[in-house]
Ligand binder design. Structure first.
Ligand code: FE2
Ligand code: FE2
Length: 286
């Protein structure tokens, strides 16, 4: 745990230095323009599928707005699980320096949720429900800890790709860019911590777990990656965007080769980490 302790101390200092107050930083207009972009079109879950090309510019913008609401909703659900898991691990069997950093991690996630929640409640009047994937069987403690942080890395790696892309996309409404930028600023620290502790927990325990447990961990994380991706394809988004045959659209988009390529591109950095750390023997199917 030595290297996790050193990193926790460094990240705690950085979190203090970058401590922010989103309640003062953000202005929330009463309403948003109907003709603006709220999600980068190339990241849309329908982009480069047959139905996308039939849409007018106005329909694409409407779809983009609901894609953003879905993206923010899945952030909220992921962060709710994150708050639970992080608070469970405060002052547990790990050194105090780790708890110090977990306090920052928790505080920052809580602030993210208020931003995502305010946006969705105010401008969409809804948060899409979660299709969350949960672990059914009880696991030994070290496996639970490892899987928790491995899930955090997967969830945050995917989200961060979108955040970074949209923060830089000057077609997007300034509020949308600002929320994405704000989230990315904290996520770079969370990811550094998540990667380090995931690697450490695997290195320290995998010999004791044995091959059967390692195989089931690999299967579980592969399934978790698939389930995480499926949350980006939401038939209710297509319905709210005014598309007919929204369930059919969902199935077609999920299976389309261009979307599969997009998922590969976005997942590449994350999968490389899991393969290079020896956690995955090979990349899972996306
Ligand atoms: Fe977050
Ligand atoms: Fe985070």
């Amino acid at each position: 745990m030595e290297n996790v302790i050193a990193l926790s101390q460094k990240l705690s200092k950085a979190s203090v230095k970058r401590y922010s107050n989103p309640y003062l930083e953000f202005d929330w207009p009463d309403s948003l323009p109907q003709d603006g972009w709220f999600f980068s079109p190339e990241l849309s879950s329908l982009y480069a599928t047959p139905v996308y090309n039939t849409l007018s510019e106005a329909q694409k913008k409407r779809l983009a707005f609901w894609e953003l609401v879905n993206f923010f909703s899945l952030n909220i659900h992921g962060e709710k699980a994150l708050l639970q898991g992080l608070s469970q691990r405060l002052y547990s069997h790990w050194p105090a320096e780790i708890s110090d950093y977990l306090h920052h991690f928790l505080g920052e996630e809580n602030k993210h949720m208020t931003l995502f929640g305010t946006f969705c409640s105010r401008y969409a009047n809804k948060i899409y429900p979660s299709k969350a994937y949960s672990l059914k069987e009880e696991q030994v403690h070290s496996v639970e800890d490892f899987l928790f942080f491995a899930r955090v890395v997967i969830f945050e790696e995917f989200v961060d790709f979108y955040n970074l892309y949209m923060a830089k996309d000057d077609r997007l409404h300034s509020l949308c860019r600002a929320i994405n930028q704000y989230h990315h600023n904290d996520e770079s620290r969370h990811l550094a911590f998540g990667r380090k502790i995931t690697q450490q927990l695997y290195a320290a325990n995998s010999e004791d777990w044995g091959q059967d447990t390692i195989n089931s961990i690999r299967r579980y994380l592969g399934d978790y990656i698939q389930a995480t991706w499926k949350e980006y394809y939401n038939p209710w988004v297509y319905k709210d965007a005014g598309l007919s045959d929204y369930y059919e659209t969902y199935l077609t988009a999920w299976r389309h080769k261009n979307q599969q390529q997009l998922r590969h591109k976005i997942s590449a950095h994350c999968l490389e980490f899991f393969v290079n750390s020896g956690i995955f023997a090979e990349e899972p199917v996306l």
